[in-house]
Design a protein around this ligand. Sequence first.
Ligand code: F6R
Ligand code: MG
Ligand code: MG
Length: 377
Amino acid sequence: MAEKITVSLIKADVGSIAGHSRPHPRMMEVASEALGRAVRDGLLVDYYVTRCGDDMQLLMTHRHGENNKEVHGLAWNAFMAAASEAKKMHLYAAGQDLLSDAFSGNVRGQGPGAAEMEFEERPTEPMLVLMADKCGPAAYSLPVAKIFMDPFTTTGLVIDPRAHQGYDIEIVDVVDHKKVLMSSPAELYDILALLGDTTRYAVKRVLHRTIGTSAVISTEKLNMLAGKYVGKDDPVMLVRCQSGFPAVGEVLQPFAFPQLVAGWMRGSHYGAWYPCGVDQSDPSYYDGPPRVCALGIQVSNGKLQGAEMPGSKPGDHKFIDYFAGKEWDYVRNKAMDISIYMRGHGPFMPGIVPPEDLEYTTRPEILKKLEPRMQPL
Ligand code: F6R
Ligand code: MG
Ligand code: MG
């Protein structure tokens, strides 16, 4: 039986250049150094440090399972080191997502987002790493519904005998901190009745009943954790693909629909999801529009291989940057049209999110001020 491997993707926004844009290369460097040392010390098998917009992404492989204290501690320390560089340079929002002063054994609940899965490696293990900026954890619900439950998206559900049985979907209530495991297609309409409410429900995990976990998403809701708004969640998703799981193309295809997601400017607007390469993920229009990047990797004995080229330095070229290609220009143009249209609403709903989801609000003070002037109808 193959040895179990864990892929952990832990992310945080710990400061960026000129607003909420991108981490400084020095921040990425110190995080890479920390993870590099952990490979030499035997804690990690491999790692890759990347980013999506202003969020630093630590992709790590190891043999210690999910929620491992040492691995989470390593990620925490790597973010602390990056935040300290950001503070030295007086970068914007330095240390933003590190909500506590002391690490308590697990990054969950302390600000960073984590998507982790432990599995027995198949003879070949193609995976997708999806990373989003300027949006909440429910942003993946619509694509996940299409990928794993919609036969008009994933033909594999119809013609691949291994996928035909469907998938189990773990759904979390991010407000009341509850979860439930549901079965597709048997409970398809019930699942959609929950997931359609993107203010409360999000998919945490998707499981194939015999092969195991296919997808996992970070669902930590930062504004709930902190008790006050400290930034959008900017969630990540890991997906194991092919051979009974959805094909890579079936996972990517739903992103050709530039769905409206909550987040964007001041975490308070609806904008069209904009698929792009990592290097194009700077929030260049109205602090957005919300971005999504997709890296294709191969995991082999825990090593991240993918499109690594002869002669490349460690940490280089370990992925395919799927949304960087020109074919996605069509979607990007459409996303811009939609986002500009939504902007036309200014501070009116549905251009902005409902009052309870606003990043910050002046309404209580305004109402207080108006109290003496308020007349019964
Ligand atoms: C959204 C985001 C930005 C900021 C905006 C205001 O997730 O990060 O749109 O909300 O730039 O930032 P502050 O409140 O720091 O002035
Ligand atoms: Mg930010
Ligand atoms: Mg961000």
